[in-house]
Design a protein around this ligand. Structure first.
Ligand code: KIV
Ligand code: ZN
Length: 499
């Protein structure tokens, strides 16, 4: 069986999408989770994009041991220099350089002739090879390129020493049969292409990204570029969980394997949605809330008789545990730790100490603690750990016949800062008080949501805010049984990122 290499670009193409930006801490946590899940190649970012991107690529390069760490680079010396500097400390570093090959991109974006494009590919792949051996070249907008020119472009990259050739469907334009045909055509017409990895990178504008990726695999692709939950530019990229579970479930027509531990899929998807501050969509394949739910009587009857009547894969195979255990005030550390393990979370001793303290605090406020509560505690750990500004205490005064006011006290490097403010409602008042304390650049509250984590009046509330500043959006998350506190924590979390 061939092993298909999984190239994850959640941290690059995924993070590039509006509303999906992540800070360094979140990127590191996600990179480690992806490594643990078994991705072979991890695109950590686009190092030249900003100093922050450079820092996250190089920090990820330092901690990842079992996957190749990649930085994207345009086909210029400067980009390649910076990409190399960012990944050079990785155990297995890769430079991924790209240049567009379609007539539209060459004419309107690059303003380059075909010959200039071919010369640049040859020179820049050689330049990258002078820095390290593992070099990937992508023909941006490959699926809208002239086939004969595409052959020349890929040949130039192979001749210059590229070890992986990537064929992106940049605008999600192709179809499965066309993709299959293109891959076969390239394999037949480019000398030496069978000696390097041949990859595809499919966008989902027509909802065909996973199908196109699968078609490419059957035509001979050896690497696929995907993102968790299909994050990515516009309609996103091929979702890793969809492609991997299709391969897993339909071994009869895909005689290939991957190194992905499929039982990590669900917990990693929860981490991704939690980081970008989005609720898991109801009907998302594999990881959606309803992906394994059966409501119709006839379906329930069938599943009870034999799950295979309406389930083509088991919930357990993607890491969804059906055994829901309830914990509470009297549950010990071992019970909590065991349950977390079943849910797919293994914490270090220090992380467990901290989590157990928060578990105890929660069990004082909430009678029963279920899987969703426990998972929320784990996921919110990343939001609060090591943040410079912390909530010390707050008071709000609200009513339908008084002006709402809030007093908020925050701590920062051991100092306490307190402010009082009025507002159009208690949340507005509290946020105004926080704005007074923190010396914040001009920003806008773009979105605010609150949802319950589990049932009951004592349920935990999870608040998510999106703060817009300097053409970027920052997600803040807060968790508490008190919705006012959750809202304040979310705002502080967003502000810490923004600052
Ligand atoms: O979609 C695309 O073409 C890309 C390339 C940079 C690989 O993301
Ligand atoms: Zn892309």
């Amino acid at each position: 069986m061939r092993t298909i290499k999984i190239f994850d670009t959640t941290l690059r193409d995924g993070e590039q999408a509006p509303g999906c930006s992540m800070d360094l801490k979140e990127k590191l946590e996600l990179a480690l989770a992806l490594e643990k899940m078994g991705v072979d190649i991890l695109e950590a970012g686009f190092a030249i994009a900003s100093p922050g991107d450079f820092e996250s690529v190089s920090e990820i390069a330092k901690v990842i041991k079992n996957a190749i760490v990649v930085s994207l680079a345009r086909a210029t010396m400067k980009d390649i220099d910076v990409a190399y500097d960012a990944v050079k400390h990785a155990v297995s570093p890769r430079i991924h350089t790209f240049l567009a090959t379609s007539p539209t991109h060459m004419e309107y974006k690059l303003r380059m002739s075909e010959q200039q494009v071919l010369d640049t590919i040859l020179q820049m792949v050689k330049y990258a090879k002078g820095k390290l051996n593992d070099v990937e070249f992508s023909c941006e907008d490959a699926t809208r390129s002239d086939r004969n020119f595409l052959v020349k472009a890929v040949q130039a990259a192979v001749d210059a020493g590229a070890t992986t050739i990537n064929i992106p469907d940049t605008v999600g334009y192709t179809t499965p049969s066309e993709m299959s045909d293109l891959i076969s055509y390239l394999l037949e017409n480019v000398n030496g292409l069978d000696a390097v990895d041949l990859s595809v990178h499919c966008h989902n504008d027509l909802g065909l990204a996973a199908a196109n990726t699968l078609a490419a695999i059957n035509a001979g692709a050896t690497q696929i570029e995907t993102t968790m939950c299909g994050l990515g530019e516009r309609a996103g990229n091929a979702a890793m969980e969809e492609v991997v579970m299709a391969l897993h479930t339909r071994k009869d027509i895909f005689p290939v394997k991957t190194n992905i531990d499929t039982t990590r899929i669900y917990p990693v998807s929860r981490l991704v949605y939690s980081i970008i501050g989005m609720q898991t969509p109801l009907n998302k394949p594999i990881v959606g809330t309803n992906a394994f739910a059966h409501e119709a009587g006839i379906h329930q009857h069938g599943v009870l008789a034999n799950a295979s009547t309406y389930e083509i894969m088991t919930p357990e195979s993607v890491g969804l545990t059906t055994n829901k255990m309830i914990l509470g005030k009297h549950s010990g550390r071992h019970a909590v730790e065991d349950r977390l393990k079943d849910l797919g979370y293994t914490l270090t001793k220090e992380e467990m100490d901290e989590l157990f303290t928060r578990f105890k605090a929660l069990s004082d406020r909430k009678k029963t603690i279920n899987d969703s509560d426990l998972e929320a505690l784990v996921l919110h750990r990343i939001a609060t750990n090591g943040a410079p500004w912390k909530l010390d205490r707050f008071t709000v005064n609200s009513g339908n016949y008084v002006a709402c006011s809030a007093v908020v006290r925050l701590s920062h490097e051991g100092q306490l800062y307190e402010e009082v403010a009025l507002g159009d409602g208690p949340i507005d008042a509290a946020y105004n008080a926080i704005d007074k304390i923190m010396n914040v650049p001009e920003h806008k509250l773009e979105d605010y949501t609150i949802q319950t984590i589990s049932e009951g009046k004592d349920a935990q509330g999870e608040a998510i805010v999106k703060l817009g500043c300097c053409n970027r959006s920052y997600t803040g998350r807060g968790l508490s049984t008190d919705v006012m506190e959750a809202s304040i924590l979310a705002y502080i979390n967003g502000m810490n990122k923004l600052l």
